[in-house]
Design a protein around this ligand. Sequence first.
Ligand code: SAH
Length: 454
Amino acid sequence: MSAPVKKNDRLTVYIEDLTHDGNGVAKVDGYPLFIQGALPNETTEVHVLKTLKNYGFAKVIEILKPSADRVDAPCEYFAQCGGCQLQHLSYEGQLKWKENMVRNVMQRIGKINAPVLPVKGMEEPWHYRNKAQIPLSINEAGQAIAGFYKTKTHSIVDMERCLIQTGEADAVLAGLKKELAASGIQPYNELTHEGMLRHVVIRKARATGEVMVVLITKKKKFPQKETAVAIIKKLVHNITSIMQNINSAKTNVIFGDETVNLWGKDVIIDTIGDVRFEISARSFYQVNPEQTEVLYKQALDYADLQGDERVIDAYCGIGTISLFLAQKAQAVMGVEIVPQAIEDAKRNAALNGFTNTYFEAGPAEEVIPRWYKEGKEADVLVVDPPRKGCDEALLNTILEQRPKRVVYVSCNPATLARDLRILEYGGYQTQEIQPVDMFPHSTHCEAVAWLNLT
Ligand code: SAH
């Protein structure tokens, strides 16, 4: 079949859907056209940019009939920056779309009939990110630029503020560039591998207000470090920690292996619910703590702990969910593949005085079967895997060992649906699915599912 449209055609289309990366979808005689910036239920005049065998791309010329949910994107950089995809859709519209998306994926991929509840969103869906990783560079005129990357590129959109980051991140974004000129600190140039300052990372603990700034430099010898500390202290009044991380490699990975203290404390402390967490320069930590609490409370609610249960937390990261569960369980065993994260989990367990937790580093699909062999059984199993979902061997272990309750925390509805199907074939029944909006204005959606044995 050849495409019913060709490059440079202009036509009027009706937008039926929105893809997982935020593009509108129209069908021309069944042939999908992906249209950036178009929203479902809009009638739009488009210009065809490119056609492939099974689908094509077009751009909006004019929106003839806008969606009732369309709004002007509040951010002035929205059109160029790759950080957000949905600012042109009202927040209510985003939540509705995410709910439908999760429900459709459950039915289409998993044939899962359990109820999908309305998405739990944020009351104030702005300035929610507690970590900003800002790349620096220089423009053709030799001036410092800083901001976030354009979609699917490594070119920086130079900006002064970001509506989803903290005020402290904005202060650095807007102020640092001006200060650098007189300081003698050269921003790093990715193309030539010249310059010193590669990235600035700003982390804020929402509950305590503590702020850490990490300067990622090309070399350890940083002659202007006193000047850098003075600049950061001037820009961020509530700063509690300034760290230097050294990354000498020609890479787009942000952090190098070595971190040293330039000023203040080595860590900042945050709390989620009643649990305290210590965050160092490179620690993994959820980026939206307010919604993380909503997500974990839901997981805890679905785990329905009475106090005498043994719980396994697979893919536990720094033990955030584990420690949440440990408040109500007899014992929690967490497993995670990154050894450093397990060190953090142990430290955080001690920081909170938990004595009913046990953490082990390794692949969940190998460690958990071994635990069962050693008689370490679980009444409730919680999983929170990466986007690719649970390892098949882990799902097989669940089906063999049959814990009476499974709570599945997921950052990818498609793999959640696939894994729920496997668990349902094996004798579990999905009871309910609660999506939670952890990343307003992006197309991501987290969800928690609860399964019981039938
Ligand atoms: N539950 C944590 C982290 C979830 S992110 C939290 O809420 O903060 C998923 C985690 O799975 C990551 O920390 C990743 O390192 C880990 N991971 C990936 N593959 C794994 C595997 N095969 N076994 C155990 N952990 C794994």
